[in-house]
Design a protein around this ligand. Structure first.
Ligand SMILES: [Zn+2]
Length: 86
């Protein structure tokens, strides 16, 4: 299992061209609940343990809401389609 530790505050652009079937790390939008992809997560099929005290500032590609997302809310998912939030 991969381990990733974040510390600090990250300004990240949400990924907008997703590869169906690929794994991403990101957050659920606080406004519309769409998946916001912050990072590629290649090789994460074995699972990934996320720790740290940082946060990401992200803008949702679907509804446009920008917010701070603490690392504790980060999750791993597999993109079903190439559309962000799809
Ligand atoms: Zn949204």
């Amino acid at each position: 299992m991969a381990r990733i530790e974040f510390s600090g505050r990250f300004e990240a652009g949400a990924r907008t061209n997703l590869v169906p079937g690929a794994s991403y790390l990101g957050f659920g939008c606080h406004s519309c609940a769409a998946d916001i992809a912050a990072l590629d997560a290649p090789g994460a099929q074995d699972g990934v343990e996320i720790s740290g005290r940082g946060s990401f500032h992200l803008q949702c590609p679907r509804c446009g809401a920008a917010d701070d997302y603490p690392i504790a809310e980060m999750r791993l998912w597999e993109a079903a389609t190439a559309m962000p939030g799809g």
